[in-house]
Write a protein that binds this ligand. Structure first.
Ligand code: F6R
Length: 612
């Protein structure tokens, strides 16, 4: 979750580090810090709070050095204080470490260092102590070897970045279950937890694999495996540029990303058939006959990606005729899921770095299930670990609240459902082509919705102070009810919960009283009439109703709802969620802005959850 960057070989490495941290701030933003390797030792500045505080501190006490590392934190161990901010140093101030992840055995390691004085509550500080001890040891090892030896003693997940005053132009990084990339360009060595931090320097990076370490110097980097033997760097090219990672005139990344959805959806749909009507994935390392045998699908994901999976389930069951279970990734591996080599696991993750989702996918794979990843990040850990990948080509998603990732994940699920249906010989090429042609109309429809948010803004102004909002839906409206509630609570901090509309009478309707607000997702289709009944039930008990309708359901809803937000009819009922979610993304955004909330960096959250 934390962001890491290291730079060596620039006249003012700290400026580059700060610029990189700005791009990584979405990974965590409760404190930040830098260490620069100065001529007379290490210079450290760190501050609790947003990056601006670090920036201000560095403006008054600049650190001029060619080598340094920086960190933006999402606290796991220890409150977000100055003392707990990274970097952490050994007692002599000779070794500095920044870390993303959790060192699970840090207490035992601390106990082994009996008598050592610790200045923070973090799990990270122990690493600096241990590396310093290795450097001081009888073998006279260098920094890479010292970090390698210490890594072997660590349990848990980590991306570590280490500098030492003894090797002024060297940065050493180590990775286990947390992303780390390295790069070298024109006499500058770089490393970061995310390409966003390096994109202004280069589009060619290498991802470290689990257990690997790298030594980075201005003239390049070397990668070694956990046993110290040299390894080939796994290079890849980043296919987006700096402008995609900037706000481009929008007030917030969330709004910018909502508006990027027409293009993101179009890109994700691009070239999905081979010209003969066969639906294709981006990478497939599974024999097609294996997919034909699939008799069960698990969709594993977290948060917004899970909601996209719920919409995906409907499509897979409809077209491919295979039973699908959608499960929170963090639950899956701690029970005894029945998985065979005929079970397909679809792991959905925007970042491709969510620990729970990766671990759940690996758990299923170990039991013989093929895994297909839906990810937005080329070369992400999940994408690499899977047997097949379908990329959502949404471009970098910076806002913590996910929007364009969600709609493109639904597109990916629809495409994958068609692919599976073809492998199972349930869909002729001409039928798949027909569905894809219809889906190709989606970008223009999405554009129509996001281009005019007047009605949504008016609704946000009217309901912005309602403390509890209940979202309801059925069939394709249900994932959107869940997603609408999640968006609202994330960015506005208002209490919001979603329920299947049919469940209301089994309990939740007891919460309804005059003044309650119910958001009902009611697109036209086979459950529409039932939604209208559910809306009438809550309205009869005094709730205000904000309905999301499609053009064909609008008139029938008008007399039952206080406000109706209308989107165009979807080209296929299974694609309706992709449109009905849009007003709810905009609604959450406007409510948050009206309430003065920090839209792009909501409290307590981080974009990529790389801890359990
Ligand atoms: C919500 C949100 C999160 C993520 C979740 C999974 O707006 O962004 O709920 O969807 O943390 O992240 P990924 O998709 O990267 O695995």
């Amino acid at each position: 979750m934390c962001g890491i960057i290291g730079v060596t070989g620039r006249p003012s490495a700290v400026d580059d580090i700060l610029a990189g941290l700005r791009r990584l701030e979405y990974r965590g933003y409760d404190s930040s810090g830098v260490v620069a390797v100065l001529e007379d030792g290490l210079g450290v500045v760190k501050r609790s709070g947003k990056l601006d505080r670090l920036d201000a501190a560095l403006a008054t006490a600049p650190l001029a050095a060619a080598t340094g590392i920086g960190h933006t934190r999402w606290a796991t161990h220890g409150a977000p204080t100055d003392a707990n901010a990274h970097p952490h140093l050994d007692p002599a101030g000779r070794v500095a470490v920044v870390h993303n992840g959790i060192i699970e055995n840090y207490r035992a390691l601390r106990d082994d260092l009996a008598g050592a004085a610790f200045t923070s509550d973090t799990d990270t500080e122990v690493v600096a102590h241990l590396v310093a001890r290795e450097l001081d040891g009888p073998d006279g090892v260098d920094l890479l070897e010292a970090v390698r030896r210490v890594s072997g003693r660590l349990e848990g997940a980590y991306a570590l970045c280490v500098v030492s005053a003894d090797e002024p132009d060297t940065i050493v990084v180590a990775r286990r279950q947390a992303p780390l990339i390295v790069a070298a360009v024109d006499g500058v060595g770089l490393c970061a937890s995310d390409v966003a931090a390096l994109i202004e320097h280069t589009d060619t990076c290498a991802a470290l694999l689990d257990g690997q370490l790298a030594r980075i110097r201005p003239d390049g980097y070397t990668v070694v495996d956990a046993d110290g033997t040299a390894a080939a760097a796994d290079e890849f090219t980043v296919d987006w540029d700096l402008s995609s990672a900037e706000k481009q005139g929008y007030e917030h990344f969330m709004l910018k990303e909502i508006h990027e959805q027409p293009v993101a959806v179009a890109e994700t749909l691009l070239g999905r058939d081979d010209g003969a009507g066969n639906v294709t994935l981006d990478e497939l390392r599974i024999d097609p006959s294996e997919l034909a045998r699939i008799d069960k699908v698990f969709i594993l994901a977290a948060g917004t990606s899970l909601h996209a999976g719920m919409a995906g389930k409907l499509a897979i069951e409809h077209w491919a005729g295979v039973p699908v279970e959608v499960e929170v990734a963090s639950e899956f591996r701690y029970r005894d899921p029945i998985v065979t080599d005929r079970t397909l696991v679809i792991a959905i993750s925007q970042s491709g770095e969510t620990t729970d989702t990766i671990a759940a996918a690996e758990h299923a794979r170990a039991q013989g299930a093929p895994v297909i990843a839906i990810s937005n990040v080329v070369g992400s850990t999940l994408a690499r670990a899977a047997d097949g990948v379908l990329y959502t080509r949404a471009g970098p998603e910076i806002a913590v609240a996910s929007t364009k990732a969600f709609t493109t994940q639904i597109v990916a699920c629809l495409v994958l459902a068609l692919h599976l249906a073809q492998r199972k010989e349930r869909l002729f090429a001409s039928e798949a082509r027909d569905v894809l042609d219809r889906l190709d109309t989606l970008p223009a429809l999405v554009q129509r919705v996001v281009a005019d948010d007047t009605a949504v803004l008016a609704a946000a102004e009217r309901f912005k102070d309602v403390g509890y909002t209940m979202f309801i839906g059925r069939h394709g409206g249900l994932p959107i009810a869940y997603e609408g509630a999640l968006k609202l609570k994330e960015v506005s901090y208002l209490h919001a919960e979603a329920f299947p509309a049919g469940e209301m009478k089994h309990g939740p309707i007891a919460l309804i009283e005059p003044g309650s607000l119910v958001v009902a997702v009611a697109h036209d289709g086979h459950v529409f009439a039932k939604m209208v009944s559910n809306i009438q039930e809550v309205r009869a008990r005094g709730a205000s109703v904000l309905a999301v309708a499609t053009a064909s359901s609008r008139d029938a809803l008008a007399e039952h709802a206080d406000v109706v937000l209308t989107v165009p009819d979807a080209p296929h009922e299974l694609a309706a969620p992709l449109l009905t979610v849009l007003p709810l993304q905009l609604y959450a955004y406007h409510v948050a802005v009206l309430r003065g909330a920090d839209v792009d960096q909501p409290r307590n959250l981080a974009k990529t959850v790389t801890v359990e």
